[in-house]
Design a protein around this ligand. Sequence first.
Ligand code: PLP
Length: 450
Amino acid sequence: MKIIDRARIRELMDRELQSYVRTRPRSRELFERARKSLLAGVPMHWMVRWAGPYPIFVKEARGAYIQDVDGNRYLDLCLGDTGSMFGHSPESVARAASEQLSRGITMMLPTEDSIWVAEELARRFGLPYWQIAMTATDANRFSIRLAREVTKRPRILVVNGCYHGTVDETLIDLVDGKVLPRAGNMGPPVDPQVTTKAVEFNDLAAMERALAARDVACVLMEPAMTNRGIILPDPGYHEALREMTRKYGTLLIIDETHTICAGVGGYTGEYGLNPDILTIGKPLASGVPVAAYGISQELSDRVMEKILSDGTDENGLGGTLSGNALAVSAMRATLENVITREAFARMIPLAERFERGVAETIREAGVPWHVTRLGVRIEYHFLPRPPRNGAEANAAKDAELERLLHLMALNRGILMTPFHNMALISPYTTEEDVDAHTRVFSECVHELVK
Ligand SMILES: Cc1ncc(COP(=O)(O)O)c(C=O)c1O
């Protein structure tokens, strides 16, 4: 196996930074102007975390492609970090949303589309009752509240290395068995040991020890981890987890926001999971802000009285714009026409092709890495074998190498997801696109180990 030469990384980085700046003068101008009015020079600070010294400013995004203000065109494998994973501005969604725009955007009253949407979500994910939220963060926060309300228990449990949005209880690190505020967490409100237990993914013995105290309202978990690279569950993990949560009276919340990449019903639909609550956001309306959470009949029976009797809108669930007509119309169009079985039937073979291309390059170049895939999400790790949990994945993080590979890809017309080596295949991605990535990846890795 080849050891990556750090001096070589820095040498290539200098060359690639120069090339980046040379080909993006207009983005640079806009960034310089933006820094005078936008905090960090962008509307949301993650946008400066791309590999270049300043972000590319977008002129237009369509299907699987983005064009920047300097006239550069990119194959987009980031796809808004899953927000647009089924393509930028699908025609049917653009049409439905523009029609709804002129018929009323938000009324705090339901439209018929919301019933269609809930019926469809119930069919796909197997839970009977649904609420609409604006973001996956919100859907998770509301679900945790429901769990605490019905169980009357104070704590939640998450796995180390999870990400469920800006939900305070989940922004933790597990260090030497202790739950600490996540490194970099801005203004943590309370000591997370008060609110949160954490275990490593795939560690059922630790899970059982944590649940046995019967003080955990809910386990909140992605069915396969996607925010530290892709980490798949061990065989039998979900069956044991479900049994254990039932045994100790803890509710199980499955967050499908990223794992919808596994199929039309997410990992839950593909592998027959049976959660008490399911949350999902990001691509549900092709990027129009919307999220949803579904609950079981039993849970509905336990919370309905409180929901209806409260008499006030200030019970901690929902928001003025939640369930608005525009978002719901975009969600209907997305579920009806975009996130379909036909789309997955086209995308999965392309994702397999992508995975084969990356695996072949890793083998040929002799670098100690591997590639993992979940449905149409593919990620390579700087580790010879797949990690089993967040701690193993964190230990393999190599920010410098990651940045170089991203920058090289950017300069060759390919957008990879920042903070990851992740690629998403959309219904618009073609075989030629996949092969273009394979070529670029191979060229970059071979240059690196030359
Ligand atoms: C699994 C998962 N859940 C929830 C979220 C939060 O989504 P949002 O930032 O749209 O609220 C994310 C964001 O990356 C996520 O990865």
